[in-house]
Design a protein around this ligand. Sequence first.
Ligand SMILES: [Fe+2]
Ligand SMILES: [Fe+2]
Length: 275
Amino acid sequence: MAVNEPDGPELNKHIWSLYREFFTRAERRRRWNIEDDIPWDQCNPDTAPEIADVVETFCAVELFLPDYVGKALPLVRGIRGRAWFLANWGYEESKHSLVLQEWLVRSGHRTWHQIEEASNWAVFNEWNLPQTDIRGMSCYTMAQELATWLHYRNLRNIIGNTDPALNKVLQLVSIDERAHFDFYVKVMKLHLADDRAGTLRQLKDVLNGFAMPATHLMADSIQRQQRVRELNIFNDDLFYSEVLMPIMSALDIDKSELRNRSLVKKSLPEATPAG
Ligand SMILES: [Fe+2]
Ligand SMILES: [Fe+2]
């Protein structure tokens, strides 16, 4: 199977089963409600402004949803498991930006007017797919979901019980991100079984050039990324120990495999490094 062509029918059948399993589980165990499931009366107005800035950054990243869904969907529209997953994923991600902005306002850190303004500047630039084909996007999205989970988990660890409302928001959102990662791990296992050498090559390219989505597209991107690093929420070391290594172990890949050039098929096209 050439990487730029839609997946083979066998692989697609498996992806549909993975999606059905994912969706059933999500409906049973993971659905939550913005109004009812957060202790909104326990927002802490004294939570540090740096934390509120980081929440606003996370919210802004989630606001690029129209690009994430709109640009990925045409790539997978003929593959039901992937297309349906993307639709459901979009619903879950849309809740993330909603619940984060709800906290920003209810905690008194932002007004609705400021949220409105941020919603506009956040999507002033367009996000584009960091990979040009379906398998490359699977590699990228898997890494991105785990990295996103890590951002939320680390911020949650920082605030602890000082803001029970934000703590709950971060808990619910990080559980969703982890479920997204788990889905892509299963998809990647199918790709590895289908074409181990080609998949490893793309994965290597993605991990080497990994960057979080949309963070470079905001007006004050540099300061925002700096703040995330200062709070030790995400940096190169954390990417290595908490994203790259867990991915290798989840996919049962030995480090030497990513170094072994003999695994690389000469016929495969170069994958675009992640943006
Ligand atoms: Fe999200
Ligand atoms: Fe996600």
